[in-house]
Ligand binder design. Structure first.
Ligand SMILES: NC(=O)C1=CN([C@@H]2O[C@H](COP(=O)(O)OP(=O)(O)OC[C@H]3O[C@@H](n4cnc5c(N)ncnc54)[C@H](OP(=O)(O)O)[C@@H]3O)[C@@H](O)[C@H]2O)C=CC1
Ligand SMILES: O=C(CO)COP(=O)(O)O
Length: 336
């Protein structure tokens, strides 16, 4: 029997834990890093993560620790599953502890505020590694459904296809079907921007704008994602795949999506402060609407839905006013 692949998952939130389960079910030996020692102890003693996936029994080949060195030791893959805006400082701290040659895998769907960097760019910048040592897992993967072992497909992307294939093998289970991809830029943008569009659709749902509005926002949201992606060198076809359309549809249809729910609350009339207060988990689009817009402006790309969301979330623009502005933009062809 071959030795199991050792994987460190840095982050014991909903997706870190659920993806850790996938890896464990695929036969890997998984160590989750939790920043709270109490949570690591609870996971090990009860085999449940009560804070993020209550009622889900975790596999035996998955354990938790609050000791980053212990989690990272000898890891073939180091999976990063923390909020995007906290990646730089955490990775800098973990740097001396990384296993030599480990592949750094991002589960994060955000763009860094200030630098407007994608997560793989932050990883390369902090860890001083080449693109062949950085991979991304993305797609329609709502954590609670994956943790219930409901079927899902995903994309594992790396500039080095051989690395993507190794990661694919490490996370392939009867209920989780990963496809390889080399378009890291497209995959990351698909994931980050869909959170912003998820907020927009949530706001529309909260306002009771109906399914035509939802279909229009999803489609035009995908169009602006592809517009930015193409300028940044992504393959436009990536956006009609799992990392684009697939993730967008799942997020915009599901009450399990934190971004969608966050938007719905805003659309129903909650203030930003009230909405933040009732949101217990990471809704990446709230911060990424600003950094995605920054990225788009740096490249002269028009992203009206992202701009509208940023106006509502960060400038306190009433959704009805923002909607009126969005609908009264000058007429144009659908494709240009
Ligand atoms: N949930 C999902 O369905 C999916 C999420 N993603 C992406 O995965 C990434 C992680 O999300 P998810 O697991 O859902 O988030 P959660 O909010 O569920 O968990 C966040 C995790 O990060 C930890 N954390 C929070 N702040 C910090 C910090 N400043 N430094 C270090 N650790 C921190 C939390 O620890 P503590 O508990 O101590 O606060 C927790 O372990 C996001 O980018 C998200 O977009 C991608 C696909 C699916
Ligand atoms: O990325 C996700 C599903 O693929 C999870 O979406 P939320 O972060 O909005 O919950």
């Amino acid at each position: 029997m071959s030795t199991p692949v050792r994987v460190a998952v840095m982050g014991t939130g909903s997706w870190g834990t659920a993806f850790g389960m996938v890896l464990a079910d695929a036969g890997c030996e998984v160590t989750l890093w939790a920043r709270r020692p109490q949570l690591a102890e609870t996971v090990n003693s009860t085999r449940v993560n009560p804070d993020y996936l209550p009622g889900v029994e975790l596999p035996k080949n998955l354990r938790a620790t609050a000791d980053a060195a212990e989690a990272l030791r000898d890891a073939e893959f180091t999976v990063l599953a923390i909020p995007s805006q906290s990646l730089r400082e955490n990775l800098a701290e973990w740097l001396p502890l990384l296993a030599p040659g480990t592949v750094l895998v991002s589960l994060m769907k955000g763009v860094e505020l200030g630098s407007a960097m994608r997560m793989s760019e932050v990883i390369e910048d902090v860890a001083k590694v080449g693109a062949d040592r950085v991979a991304v897992v993305t797609g329609p993967n709502l954590a609670r459904e994956v943790a219930a072992r409901m079927p899902a497909a995903a994309v594992v992307a790396c500039a080095d296809e051989a690395v993507a294939r190794r990661l694919q093998a490490a996370c392939h289970t009867p209920y989780f079907r990963p496809y390889t991809e080399t378009d890291v830029v497209g995959c990351e943008l698909g994931g980050a921007v869909k959170n912003v569009i998820g907020l927009a659709v949530g706001i529309a749902d909260g306002m009771g704008l109906g399914d035509n509005a939802k279909g229009s926002l999803i489609t035009r949201g995908l169009a602006e994602t592809a517009r930015l992606g193409t300028v940044l060198g992504a393959d436009p076809l990536t956006f009609s795949g799992l990392a684009g359309l697939g993730d967008l549809v799942a997020t915009c249809s599901s009450p399990l999506s934190r971004n969608h729910t966050f938007g719905t609350n805003l659309g129903k009339g909650m203030t930003l402060e009230e909405t933040i207060a009732v949101t217990e988990q990471t809704a990446e689009g709230v911060k990424s609407c600003e950094s995605v817009l920054d990225l788009a402006r740096r490249h002269g790309v028009d992203m009206p839905i992202t701009e509208t969301v940023a106006g509502i979330v960060h400038e306190g623009k009433p959704p009805v006013v923002a909607l009126k502005e969005l609908m009264s933009r000058s007429a144009k062809p659908e494709r240009r």
